[in-house]
Structures are given as C-alpha cells and as structure tokens.
Design a protein around this ligand. Structure first.
Ligand SMILES: [Fe+2]
Length: 438
C-alpha cells in the first residue's frame, strides 16, 4: 500500500501544481497517464507476490485495489474534466460580462444621442436665425421655421415646396451667388457673407450668412449647411449714417472752401498757398505712414492754417518791402486768431490746435506759445515744414520765387533744429526720390 500511496502522492503533487493557472487539464493529462502506469506496474508486482505468499486472499484484495485505483483514476479524470468545464465557464462568463458591458455602453450612448437630437431639434425649431441645409444644385434639404418666416413663407414645408432653385429664386444679384460658391469651394466655409435676397412677395432684404461645406468620404460636396441672419435694419442704419457723414463732409468742405476764399481775397499774393501747403503736408504724412484719418485731419487743418490772416491789415499782407518788427508782430497774431475762430466754430479736434501751432518750431523758438519737440502736434510739425517749402518756392511781393533747391537746403539746414528731423527726411525723399511736384 505504501507504493500505491506514493503513486497517489505523486498525483496529488501534480494536482497541487495544477492549481497554478499554467497547468491546464491538457498539460496535466500526460502526468495522470504516467502515474496510472506506475500504479498498474506496482499492482502487477504486488499481485505476483500475493499469489506466491497468500494464494487464498488474492481475489478480494486485488478487487479492492482495482476499485481504489479506478476511483483514483476516475477522480483525476473528473477533476480534469471539471477544470476544463470550469475554465470554459469562466471564459463564457467573462465573455458574457464583456457583452453586457458593451450593451450597457451602447444603450447609454443611444440615450445620450436621443437627448442630443432632442436638444438639436429644439434649437433648430426655436432659434432666431434661419438654419438650412442645401444641395450644391440649389435645393433645400432642411430649413427651420425662422428661415421660412424670414423669406415670408407660412412654414418650412411651403418654402421647400416653392423654392426649387435657391440661386435663381432667392438671390437678387447673381454675382453674390458666384462669389458664395467660389468661397465655399476655396475655403470650405463663409462667415458674415452679406447679400441681398428676395422674399416670397419679391421684396428685397439684406442677409448675413455663415455656412460650411459637408463632404463625403470621397471628399465630394454633399451639401452646404449654415445659418442666415436678417441684417436689413443694420444695413439701412449704415446707409443713413454714410449719407449723413457724406453730407457733413460736403458741408465742412464747403465751409473750408469759403474760409480759404475769404483769406485769399484779402491776400492775393498767397492765393493757392494753403492748398499747396495742404497737398505737400498730406504727401509727407503719407510718406511717414500716418493712417488715413490723420491725413484727413491734416488736409482740413492745412486748408485753413492761415485763416487768422482774415484780421491782419490787408496792406501788411501785400506790402512789397520788409516788415518792421511791430508789423511782423501783427502778422504773427494770425496763429492765435485762427485758433480762436476755429475753436468757437467747434471744428473737430485737433484742427484748431494744429492751426494754433503751425508756426511753432521744433527747437522751441517759434510762436505763439514757444512749444518744442513733441509738445507740438505731429500734424503741426508737418504743416510747418510744408509751409516753409511752399513759401520759399512761391513768388512774394518783396522777392521773386527762390526755387526748390534753396527750399530743400533751408529745411535740411534746420533739420533737428527748427524742424522735426523725420518730417524733413520724408519731405526730402518726396522731392528727391519720388519726384513730388506742386
Ligand atoms: Fe501761417
């Protein structure tokens, strides 16, 4: 029995090792066969010895041993089968768990999608902007109630039934639809695309469209999708404002022109002087890269910069000889007088101040306030240079015209002294490199 126990012990070791997941029933089976063969051999030896030593008892003991062995083998087989069944069950349960998990996720995703769709439909139906999907060929795929109302239709259904060619029926200008298609093809989207559209009753209104292209897997355009806003009120307000500004500009221009004529009537020798100064000052400002609105201010201020001469005695303005110190003081008053007139007239800032400062000098030696450097408005520093160049180039009652070289020499000599060096450089560049002429 000791041998049998040893053999069974060997099998128990095998069973213990089978607890390790690496020892599957398939791997255990050969060990079971080996153990059974060893046990069988021992039994044969034992039986031979029994026949020799105890011939009367062999049948009973042999039966018991066979029963024990058969039981052991059956147990091992059953264990192996149970392991297999257990492993299979675990796999099935694991797979079922995975499937249940996946199903749970799918159900949750479907619920989320349904919620999202419900929200989308709510927005689609209630949003103020028109929402559309349309084919490139010109048919609507879907439109919301706002879009239908915007075009004067009772319902999206009525509009979809009526509009079979969007480009022809809804666009007022064919150039707009061509530009819309071009932008969509080139960029895949448009934002704030403004165009005039036609309502059901043929009345015209303004729209702003945001849209993008939806393509399939082969990159072919499937449809356009986007929103439309009615901007008619905004466009009308812009047009009204534009007309008002234009009228104001015309009114201001006429006023300035009148002022120029008044000054030049009293001072025929300087006729055209303010306009020429303005032309040169604007060219210098542009050469220096000033924005267009500042150039406009210079244009206005340049045109009236000598307005104060309106109160200068006429005989002084046209006096052929040199002026006395007292007479010159009277002439110098024109900066202050011009400023006072414009300030009262509520000319837009900083036109009165530029006129006030157009005889100030960069080094502080000008008049009437003795400002220097950047205390003087840049626009005034520009007009100062243009004023001197134009004056030297022009005929005066007390001297003939002196020529451009002398004028440029004068501002170069005073660069960084009486005149802003950057303004002088721009002026020199205009005459010497860009061929500026009055
Ligand atoms: Fe002046």
């Amino acid at each position: 029995m000791g041998h049998i126990w040893h053999a069974l012990s060997s099998n128990r070791t095998i069973l213990n090792r089978a607890e390790n997941p690496q020892f599957t029933p398939k791997r255990i089976f050969p060990f079971v066969i080996k153990a059974s063969l060893v046990t069988l051999s021992l039994l044969i030896v034992y039986e031979i010895l029994k026949q020799i030593l105890f011939p009367d008892k062999r049948i009973f003991e042999l039966d018991m041993i066979i029963i024990v062995m058969a039981g052991a083998a059956a147990s091992l087989g059953a264990y192996s089968a149970l392991r297999e069944v257990s492993s299979l069950s675990q796999r099935v349960i694991s797979e079922l768990n995975e499937r249940l998990k996946a199903e749970g996720q799918r159900v949750r995703a479907e619920e989320a999608l349904k919620g999202s769709e419900a929200k989308y439909h709510s927005i689609f139906n209630n949003v103020v902007e028109g929402v559309f999907q349309r084919t490139p060929e010109g048919r609507f795929l879907s439109i919301n109630p706002s879009l239908a109302r915007m075009y004067g239709f009772e319902s999206p259904e009525e509009m979809m039934k009526t509009i079979i060619d969007i480009d022809q029926q809804l666009y007022v200008n064919q150039e707009d639809i061509q530009l819309f298609r071009k932008l969509m093809d080139e960029h895949g989207f448009v934002t704030g695309f403004e165009a005039q559209r036609s309502r059901k009753d043929k009345s015209i209104f303004w729209t702003s469209t945001n849209a993008y292209v939806v393509r399939d897997a082969d990159n072919k355009i499937v449809y356009y999708e986007g929103t439309v806003e009615d901007i008619t009120k905004r466009k009308e307000a812009e047009e009204r404002l534009g007309r008002t500004l234009e009228n104001l500009r015309k009114g201001m221009g006429a006023t300035i022109q009148t002022l120029i004529q008044v000054v030049e009537t009293r001072d025929p020798y300087t006729a055209g002087h303010q306009q020429r100064v303005t032309d040169l000052a604007c060219a210098i400002a542009q050469e220096m890269g000033l924005p267009e609105d500042r150039v406009d201010v210079i244009r206005m201020a340049g045109a009236v910069h000598d307005l104060g001469k309106i109160s200068t005695p006429a005989e002084l303005l046209s006096k052929p000889g040199k002026l006395s110190a007292k007479e010159f003081e009277l002439i110098k008053d024109h900066s202050q007088i011009g400023y006072d007139i414009l300030k009262k007239s509520e000319f837009p800032y900083p036109v009165p101040d530029i006129v006030h400062q157009h005889h100030e000098r960069f080094d502080g030696l000008g008049y009437p306030q003795g400002l220097q450097g950047e205390q003087i408005l840049l626009e005034a520093r520009i007009i100062a240079v243009a004023d001197v160049v134009e004056a030297i180039l022009s005929h005066r009652p007390y001297r003939p015209e002196l020529g451009i070289e002398m004028a440029l020499e004068e501002i170069l000599k005073n660069k960084g002294k009486a005149f802003d060096p950057e303004v002088v450089d721009a002026c020199l560049k205009l005459f010497r490199e860009k061929g500026f002429k009055f």
